[in-house]
Design a binder for this molecule. Sequence first.
Ligand SMILES: Cc1cc2nc3c(=O)[nH]c(=O)nc-3n(C[C@H](O)[C@H](O)[C@H](O)COP(=O)(O)OP(=O)(O)OC[C@H]3O[C@@H](n4cnc5c(N)ncnc54)[C@H](O)[C@@H]3O)c2cc1C
Ligand code: FES
Length: 276
Amino acid sequence: MSNPYIPVQAVVKDLRQETDGARPIKTFTVEIKDKKDKFKFSPGQCAMVGIPGVGESMISICSSPTQKKYMQFSIMQMGKVTSALHELDKGEMITVRGPYGKPFPIDEWKGKKILTIGGGIGQAPLRPIINYVRDNAKNYGALSIIYGARSPQDLVFLSELEGMKKDKSAKVHLTVDAEAPDWKGNVGFVPNYLMDVKPSPKNTIAITCGPPIMIKFVLQNLKKLGFEDDQIFTTLENRMKCGIGKCGKCNVGGVYVCKDGPVFSYAQFKELHPDF
Ligand SMILES: Cc1cc2nc3c(=O)[nH]c(=O)nc-3n(C[C@H](O)[C@H](O)[C@H](O)COP(=O)(O)OP(=O)(O)OC[C@H]3O[C@@H](n4cnc5c(N)ncnc54)[C@H](O)[C@@H]3O)c2cc1C
Ligand code: FES
């Protein structure tokens, strides 16, 4: 593996506009330029994605490692770096540094049913789990996806999720915060919808990512549904700078999220955020 502290060059092979609201989201499909720079990662890991002379941002790798030819990043336009990334066209070069962080213990979940609960761009780190489990379906139980966003226009990976519903590779439950023309799915917040869908905790692992307030109520509701602490995982997106446990920017409760996370079991998470 190449040195994860040194950025490698990657070519933007494809760009997909996922949402086009006030903070648009684009999915970048990139290929590492030099085949010698092998980039091996697992679901849940992130990379520093950058443009020389502009800067770098920590972004979840949203493709599955079962897809070996390329990597994908779904990036919301926020500020300097992500805006510059959104300006890029196919064929242009970015830098990728990593992979960073502890991945989801996905091999330990073999034989179990998998439930993902996502909100907004928080669906990005859940997507590699979804695609990994679909690509290794014989090793896992049923896959269920609960996903919500503010409006239908804010749902990322929508056509993929509709495709999974059709080919029955996953049970897909979509929700939006408020009624919208032509929306036939559920209306309501993700934590409430979780209680309506009422998944059984039996032999199930639940993984959640989204805005902190959503995570808070999803965790509470998973407990109400009878999920044990070791059946629940989440991934955090604290501000990061170095990504390698040096600068202290991502520190919370004595851990560096970049190095010790971003993936945490609920048991670990409770120690970091006792108020949750
Ligand atoms: C582990 C991890 C995984 C992430 N995965 C993704 C991903 O898959 N897709 C994605 O679009 N973004 C992701 N992010 C967030 C992303 O890193 C930031 O949005 C990005 O760095 C902003 O950089 P910028 O230069 O464009 O904006 P800046 O100019 O740095 O900031 C613009 C605005 O964004 C806010 N901001 C910056 N960083 C964060 C953050 N971490 N959380 C909340 N607000 C922030 C700033 O306060 C400011 O208001 C992830 C962050 C972490 C730590
Ligand atoms: S981002 Fe620097 S220590 Fe985590």
